[in-house]
Design a binder for this molecule. Structure first.
Ligand code: GFB
Length: 313
């Protein structure tokens, strides 16, 4: 099922890191029927409001980029919110799409759906093969339920609902709040503030030894548009860059890009989380999608965006 240039396309979460990137990618490709709702206009936790929205707007295609997201600490201290809100949001969006006869829907999950000690790189078939990482199992359970709901709706109702599992993301419109953000925006903010204040040290969390794979949100957005146009299988699909680095290497890279030589101090009272999360993205690579933004270029772009938006304020 292809999206024509005038198709009515709803991007749920269009102001967030992922949704805003999907919106940019669709607009750049010439799509004119884009639909978005700010949080103040539509409460995605409200099933009735959601159904009214679907009835009024009649979207033909839906990108589910709305979710409650956060880094390792936010996930750890708000288990109820991460589980409940994500289940509620995705149930309302997916069930609403079925009732409204949406032609195709793309649900976005996360690499944290995989078991903590799954073999690396993570293949789609490793899902549900072992226990999850405790710091984010609540979010992971919600995301697993979402991808399963898409599969179940395909089986029972014939809905063309697909799912993609992105690796750790970064880019414009990221969250730079140090308590709730992911590691990359946190490091950008910390090294920037050290540079501005002339601080001799920057404190990072954990041991620095975990490995993470990073993908720029604009690369993910191109993958999402590509999958919406070209993929219609029950099997969810990984979307990663294909390489990972340690958090220590990442901190050193951000320090170099920002250009101030603070000493890095590791606060080992903070959790490391999963030891490694490298996706096997060979399925989507075989279909023809490839990332275009390397990590160093991407961090430099993200830092520019951070500066343009008032340094995270
Ligand atoms: O990005 P992050 O918060 O999440 O942390 P996860 C990645 C790694 O960076 C961890 C370390 O080992 C952190 O301890 N780290 C070092 C820091 N310094 C910092 C810092 O200043 N801030 C942060 N936030 N981390 C999340 C999940 O896992 O990733 C979610 O909790 C989600 O469910 C997401 O799926 C992609 O990669 O560990």
């Amino acid at each position: 099922m292809k999206m024509s240039l005038d198709a009515r396309i709803y991007v749920a979460g269009h102001r967030g890191l992922v949704g805003s990137a999907i919106w940019r990618a669709l607009a750049a490709a010439g799509h004119t029927g884009l639909i978005g709702r700010a949080r103040s206009e539509l409460n995605l936790l409200d099933a009735t409001a959601m159904r009214q929205f679907y009835e009024q707007e009649e979207p033909e295609f839906v990108f589910v980029a709305a979710a409650k997201v956060g880094g390792i600490r936010a996930n750890d201290i708000q288990p109820a919110d991460f589980l409940f809100e994500n289940l509620q949001i995705q149930n309302n969006l997916i069930e609403g799409a079925r009732l409204a006869g949406v032609k195709k829907l793309l649900f976005l999950g996360s690499s944290c759906i995989y078991p903590k000690h799954a073999p690396q790189p993570l293949k789609e078939e490793h899902l549900l093969s072992g226990p999850l990482e405790p710091t984010n199992e609540w979010y992971a359970i919600a995301k697993i339920a979402g991808l399963k709901l898409c599969q179940a709706y395909r089986r029972q109702y014939g809905c063309d609902f697909i799912s993609a599992m992105p690796t750790n993301l970064y880019g414009p419109n990221d969250n730079y709040d140090l308590e709730s953000s992911h590691v990359l925006p946190a490091l950008i903010r910390k090294f920037h503030e050290a540079k501005t204040s002339g601080s001799p040290t920057v404190t990072c969390w954990g041991t620095g030894s975990p490995r993470r794979e990073f993908l720029h949100a604009d690369d993910l957005a191109r993958a999402c548009v590509f999958l919406m146009q070209n993929y219609d299988e029950e099997q969810f699909i990984n979307v990663g860059s294909g390489s990972d680095i340690t958090i220590r290497e990442l901190a050193e890279l951000v320090r170099r890009i920002i250009g101030f030589r603070s000493e890095i101090v590791w606060d080992t009272t903070r959790p490391d989380g999963t030891p490694r999360k490298l996706m096997d993205s060979s399925r989507i690579f075989a279909l023809g999608w490839r990332p275009q933004i390397d990590l160093e270029t991407g961090i430099a772009l993200a830092y520019q965006d951070f500066l343009q938006h008032g340094g995270g304020e």
